[in-house]
Design a protein around this ligand. Structure first.
Ligand code: 9HU
Length: 231
């Protein structure tokens, strides 16, 4: 049996303001940093040890991981920052809050988007300053790999190659992995691991700062998963 531990990054500045964040590189709030520390101490008290860690190229997930590793006193662990673990891209909604979104697009459209697995939000214009074309973190990507928007289906499609080609083989080799990622990139992984339907995945909400342990069989099929809690 294999184990892999996931955690969703702690509260960010735009979570706090209820703004769509997506690929915008906002940092953790004080509360978010505290959540990361709690996750680290939960893992330390539960006696977890790791061989390597994965995260996205967004600082809110990277900092969550580093704070947790510091709490476990294993900041020496190899860390791999992967763009494929980024949050879902919210296109032209990035930066908008609830009121601005409803004002701009109407609450009816919001309601449709909210429940849709295949519908992407409106795309950024290529010349929009919010695109990631000039960001050094994505300099190894071709222009057509850098999204201007994503449906949840699109997020699943760009997360899974990393799991199938890189992480799953390492789990099979017995590597003990910790992953710090985002609500929708974790949804993408859990959808495939647990074979969750398109309709059900949009309703799956993953709490922040609470490590999730997956126990996998020899074929990397989940046997069970459970949240580690403070106590
Ligand atoms: C809790 C909250 O205020 O959520 C926000 C934040 C910003 C804008 C709109 C809202 S909302 O109240 O309409 N709720 C709300 C709204 C939305 C979503 C969502 O999960 C959600 O909870 C999406 O996943 C979503 C995905 C893709 C496009 C639009 C939405 C969306 O418009």
């Amino acid at each position: 049996m294999y184990k892999i531990v996931f955690m969703r990054h702690g509260q960010s500045a735009w979570n706090f303001e209820n703004r769509f964040t997506g690929w915008t590189d906002v940092d953790l709030t004080e509360q978010g940093r505290a959540e990361a520390k709690t996750a680290g101490s939960i893992l330390r008290k539960a006696g977890f040890e790791f061989d390597l860690a994965y995260t996205s190229v967004l600082k809110r997930a990277i900092r969550t991981l580093l704070i947790a590793l510091d709490e476990m006193d294993c900041m020496w662990l190899p860390v791999s920052c992967q763009w494929r673990l980024n949050e879902r891209h919210y296109g032209a909604l990035q930066g908008l809050n609830k009121a601005e979104t409803a004002d701009k697009y109407g609450s009816e459209q919001v309601h449709v988007w909210r429940r849709s697995y295949t519908t992407p939000p409106p795309a950024l214009n290529p010349d929009d300053p919010r695109t990631s074309y000039a960001a050094p973190a994505y300099r190894t990507l071709s222009r057509d790999e850098i999204p201007l928007t994503e449906s949840l289906k699109d997020t699943v499609a760009r997360v899974m190659p990393l799991w199938n080609d890189v992480i799953a083989p390492q789990v099979r080799e017995g590597k003990r992995i910790l992953m710090s990622a985002h609500g929708n990139s974790l949804r993408a992984l859990f959808k495939e691991l647990d074979n969750i339907s398109d309709d059900d995945i949009v309703g799956l909400n993953i709490p922040t700062g609470q490590p999730i342990v997956y126990e996998l069989d020899a074929n990397l099929k989940p046997i069970r998963n459970y949240y580690l809690d403070v106590n």
